[in-house]
Design a protein around this ligand. Sequence first.
Ligand code: SF4
Ligand code: SF4
Length: 163
Amino acid sequence: MFNKTGVATKSMVEQKLPSKQRREKGPYAIFECFQEIPCNPCSTACKSNAVKAFKNINDIPEINYDNCTGCGLCVSACPGLACFIIDETYSDKEVMLKMPYEFLPLPEVASTIDALDREGNAVGKAKVLKVQDNKNLDHTNVITISVPKEIFLDVRSIGLGRG
Ligand code: SF4
Ligand code: SF4
């Protein structure tokens, strides 16, 4: 499926997750970056030494989760829109997701909108917690949402106007 559509399967994503113990500690980054490409802004943007040193510009990035703070600098820097922040400790029923968002208009903070999967299908509802407009930094805008725990591994975008 991935080779034909470029859409990662759930098992591919699960393999990128940190340990259960790390997931229970607070926010962490996940890089849904699966192919060797000449790219490294995730590494150069990270101030916490959490992206393992590249031996080659084509390396697939790996995260040292002992160092990752979930700061999100990598999310706005990644040109492939492949970096996300996940906080499974956000609340009993919801997970917080920080994700790149390239569309305009930007969503309204506190609005409820469609939560979309990697193929653009609505899989539930998301609440918009924060909107970072990064156009002055020449970086991708970042939105922070909360979604029900059951769907957080599926949700990777939002749809406006259908909330
Ligand atoms: S979330 Fe912050 S600390 Fe973690 S990999 Fe990204 S830039 Fe580094
Ligand atoms: S910046 Fe994004 S696309 Fe480039 S190597 Fe890092 S995770 Fe992959």
